[in-house]
Structure formats: structure tokens, C-alpha cells
Design a protein around this ligand. Structure first.
Ligand SMILES: Cc1cc2nc3c(=O)[nH]c(=O)nc-3n(C[C@H](O)[C@H](O)[C@H](O)COP(=O)(O)OP(=O)(O)OC[C@H]3O[C@@H](n4cnc5c(N)ncnc54)[C@H](O)[C@@H]3O)c2cc1C
Length: 465
């Protein structure tokens, strides 16, 4: 009966077309791209079209003690947008307007359902861009904010939190508030904007985002650089960054992964067969600057350094091959999924610790007799390791070992995909209980009834933090 009352109230607030109830909900609204999906049917999926409507949904949920699960485009990789039984999924894809675009202040104020692609299209020709590039262009700004999405250009441009100046929020009790704003700095009390960024929909519903934009750099060059071993790739990147050339992308891809990518995307990269035979790993470098003259000088410096560091060759790709390669790299998730990947770890470690992490992952791979491979944002120390093991227990032991190794060298469990449902148990096992307790108190302050995306727990597990 309660569910019928909730449905009627939601329809009265949003209109019939914006409210879907079980049974018969669209499957696409009920999962993200986690490799560990659970079939869960919520009470309803709603599509509000304004902040006022979001607040109405929150009010109805509060009145009936119902959980709220925000959802952007569902491209998240950690199960953080999965519904909960009896809950309401709040989809933001009907809220995608650009509310303000200001070239002088270099800001865009947008609704959370706007996708990265739509923002990019709207900025074309303005001389400005949103420089964060978390690859999957159908991801929404609200989702990016709530996962603190990173991606390939973080090495130069930072991650989502470095480009969000302010937010409008709807809390679980339907309070609407604003934090931050279109200002370049602020020392005005606790920074709630930054607290909500990366909170995976567990603190508030984000209904508006003020983004910091950056000027477009028109002169670009992409290098593909084969090396005989992965260690050389990892060692050269800190040196490249230390030159001050500010590469916008420094990605490593191991040779089997690049071969899989080239085959899946029909890439023509022009790597000589005798070089490809010797190459164990590739570095992809994107340089961006203002003028072609400066680019020639930067390319010469970078090439000299890479060759001196043992590169088998340095290929400067043509525009078409370069964009194909970057797009293919972004599709790697789908290629790995088709190949049967069961887990993708996105542990982040200090840049200098990447070689020891990769050595250790090779040792684990030998010990378990399985393939652990992949790619990563090597300049950020953010390694994406793909684990191809069907047996759940063995897979979890491998993941646990890899995460512990990352933490042991000063890293964090997730660099950009978030904890979500998938990594919750590892997070509880491996996080300082005092930090968990503080996070639990923060959660209580925002959401005392624990109804906002209630997957997140704060009780330590395993006792070996
Ligand atoms: C092929 C592929 C490549 C990818 N590459 C990268 C990459 O390079 N770097 C990277 O960081 N990520 C990457 N991702 C992951 C994904 O694109 C990001 O996590 C993205 O930020 C998710 O956005 P979304 O709109 O799909 O969010 P969703 O998956 O819908 O939701 C993500 C989280 O945000 C919350 N949320 C969404 N909207 C709101 C809102 N308005 N208010 C409050 N909470 C909200 C959800 O509850 C959930 O916790 C990739 C994914 C794919 C499929």
C-alpha cells in the first residue's frame, strides 16, 4: 500500500511520464557498468526536470522513509548507481541545460545530467574547454562530480575536483542549498563542495554544478613510444614531467593490451614489425601548447629524452591515427570485458612506486598462474590492472593482495572509479577505523536517516586496518 501511495505522490509531483514503477522498469536504468551487477528492482525510477522537482522527490521519500539512489548516465564502474530494493532511483537525464556560459569568468553553470560530450559540443568555437577527460563521453557531469572522475588528462589538468567551483544540493530532508560559486578561490568556512565531490551520491543530490573552464591549446602532438620493458616506461615518465613540458597524457599500455586494442579497433599505428616484436610496453604522450613553433621545440626535447631513456623508436602520430588511438584506449574497458575480464583495479600510488607495484603484480600473476595486465595513467600513478580469474575466491584474494600492495607503498584503493558497492568490503577492511568513524559522522550530518544511496557502510571489517 505504501508503495502505491508513494507512486501517487511522485506522479502528482512530476507527472505520469516522469515516474516509472516496478514491475517492468527499463533494465538500462537499473545498473551501471560494474562487472559485478546484482539484479535489484527498486520501487520507482523518476526523472525530475528541475531542482524544485528533485526537492519534491526528496520530500516524498523523507515522508515515507524511502531510500534515494541518484543516477547520471550509469557509466560508473563500481556499482555505485545500483538501485536498492524499495528505493527510488533519481535519474538526472532530464536535467541537462547549460544555465550560464561566461567566457570572461571562464565558467559554465550546468545541470547535472549534461554529458561530457554535450558540454564539449556546446563549448566548440568558444576558445574554451572543460579539460578533464574521463574518457567515457556519455558520462554526466553529476556522475563525474560524484565519482571525482579523473581520466587521461589528469596528469596536467587535474581531476574533476580541481574544476568544480560550486554546487547546488538537495539534501535527504529536501533542504536546497548552494555551496561555493563562480569564484577562483574561497576561504569561507568548511568546503562542502569538495566534501560532496567523490561522495558517490551518499551525501546529497547534486542539482547544479559550476565548472571552471580552460583555454583550448591549438597545437597538439601525440607520440607512441615503444620500450623493451615496462620498468623503462615507468622510469621515464617522472623525468618527462620534471622537464616542465607538461604532457597532457602519459598513458602506458602493455604490448598484449595494445595488440588487443589494435585488433579490436583496426588501428594503423605504423609501428615497424621488428620494433613491435621487441616492444613489451608502450607509452602514449600527448603534448599541447599554443604555437606550432613551440610544439616543434617541445617535440624535439621530449623525443631526445625518450630516446636517451631507451625508447625503441618515437612515433609522432598523424591527427587521424592519434585520435583513433586515444578513442581506442578509452574503449579498452569494452575490449577487456569481451575478453573475459572479471575485475579491474584502479589503485593509485605515488608515481615513483608504479614500477614496484607492477613488479609485484607480475609476481602475483605467476603465483596464481593467471594473466594480470592492462594499462594506466602512469603519470598519476593510477594503474588499471585487469584480473582474468573466474573463481570468485581466487579473484578476491588477488584483488586484496594488489590493493594491500598499493596501500603499503602509500597509495589509495581507488584513483578515480570510486569505491561503490564493488570495493566496499576491501575499503572497510583496509581503512583506518578512526577515519571510518569520522566519515560516518559526516554522513550522519548530511543524512541522519541513512537514506541517500545507502550502500556505504562505516563499520570496520577484519580488524587489520
Ligand atoms: C568505457 C569507460 C571508460 C571510462 N573511463 C574512465 C576514466 O578514464 N576515468 C574515470 O574517472 N572514469 C572512467 N569511467 C567511469 C565513468 O565514466 C565515470 O565514473 C563517470 O564519472 C560516471 O558518470 P555517470 O554519469 O555515468 O555516473 P553514474 O554511473 O550514473 O553514477 C556514478 C555515481 O554518481 C552518483 N550520481 C550521479 N549523478 C548524481 C547527482 N546528480 N547527484 C548525486 N549523485 C549522483 C551515483 O549515485 C553514483 O554513485 C569509464 C567508464 C567506461 C564505461
Amino acid at each position: 500500500m505504501t508503495s502505491e501511495v508513494v507512486r501517487r505522490e511522485l506522479v502528482a509531483a512530476l507527472g505520469e511520464a516522469a515516474v516509472m514503477t516496478a514491475p517492468g522498469l527499463a533494465l538500462d536504468d537499473l545498473h551501471d557498468e560494474s562487472l559485478h551487477r546484482h539484479a535489484v528492482e527498486p520501487l520507482a525510477v523518476v526523472r525530475p526536470s528541475s531542482t524544485a522537482e528533485v526537492a519534491s522527490v526528496a520530500r516524498i521519500a523523507a515522508r515515507h522513509g524511502v531510500a534515494l539512489v541518484p543516477r547520471g548516465s550509469g557509466t560508473g564502474l563500481s556499482g555505485a548507481a545500483e538501485p536498492v530494493p524499495g528505493g527510488i532511483v533519481v535519474c538526472f537525464d532530464a536535467m541537462k541545460r547549460i544555465l550560464r556560459l561566461d567566457p570572461a569568468d571562464q565558467v559554465a553553470v550546468v545541470q547535472p545530467g549534461l554529458t561530457l560530450r554535450e558540454l564539449g559540443d556546446a563549448l566548440a568555437g568558444t576558445g574554451l574547454r572543460y579539460p578533464v577527460y574521463p574518457g567515457e563521453m556519455s558520462g554526466s557531469i553529476g556522475g563525474n562530480v560524484n565519482t571525482n572522475a579523473g581520466g587521461m588528462r589528469a596528469v596536467r589538468h587535474g581531476v574533476t575536483r580541481h574544476h568544480v567551483l560550486g554546487l547546488e544540493l538537495v539534501l535527504a530532508d529536501a533542504t536546497v542549498l548552494r555551496c561555493g560559486g563562480a569564484v577562483m578561490k574561497s576561504s569561507s568556512g568548511y568546503d562542502v563542495t569538495q566534501l560532496v565531490i567523490g561522495s558517490e551520491g551518499t551525501l546529497a543530490l547534486v542539482t547544479e554544478v559550476t565548472l571552471k573552464l580552460a583555454p583550448v591549446l591549438t597545437s597538439c602532438a601525440t607520440m607512441l613510444v615503444p620500450f623493451e620493458n615496462l620498468a623503462s616506461v615507468c622510469q621515464v615518465v617522472p623525468r618527462l614531467i620534471a622537464t616542465g613540458l607538461s604532457p597532457s597524457i602519459t598513458e602506458y599500455v602493455d604490448a598484449p593490451t595494445l595488440r588487443a586494442l589494435a585488433a579490436a579497433s583496426s588501428l594503423e599505428l605504423g609501428v615497424a614489425p621488428q620494433v613491435a616484436e621487441r616492444a613489451a610496453a608502450y607509452l602514449i604522450v600527448l603534448l599541447e601548447t599554443r604555437t606550432d613553433g613551440q610544439m616543434d621545440a617541445d617535440l624535439a626535447s621530449a623525443s631526445a629524452l625518450l630516446e636517451e631513456a631507451g625508447a625503441l623508436d618515437v612515433y609522432v602520430l598523424g591527427e587521424h591515427a592519434a585520435s583513433q588511438l586515444i578513442e581506442a584506449r578509452e574503449r579498452l574497458f569494452w575490449v577487456s570485458r569481451d575478453e573475459g575480464v572479471r575485475d579491474i583495479i584502479d589503485v593509485v600510488v605515488p608515481r615513483s612506486a608504479v614500477p614496484s607495484l607492477l613488479d609485484a603484480s607480475r609476481e602475483i600473476s605467476r603465483r596464481y598462474g593467471t594473466r594480470i595486465g592492462g594499462c594506466g595513467h602512469v603519470g598519476d600513478g593510477n594503474v588499471h590492472l585487469s584480473v582474468f580469474v573466474d573463481d570468485d575466491e581466487r579473484r578476491q584474494s588477488i584483488v586484496r593482495e594488489l590493493l594491500r600492495l598499493g596501500l603499503a607503498v602509500g597509495g589509495q584503493i581507488s584513483g578515480e572509479h570510486g569505491i561503490g558497492r564493488d570495493k566496499q568490503d576491501y575499503y572497510l577492511e583496509m581503512t583506518d577505523p578512526a577515519l571510518l568513524t569520522l566519515q560516518g559522522r559526516l554522513k550522519d550530518a548530511f543524512d541522519p536517516e541513512g537514506r541517500m544511496n545507502p550502500f556505504r557502510r562505516f563499520t570496520p571489517r577484519g580488524g587489520d586496518a
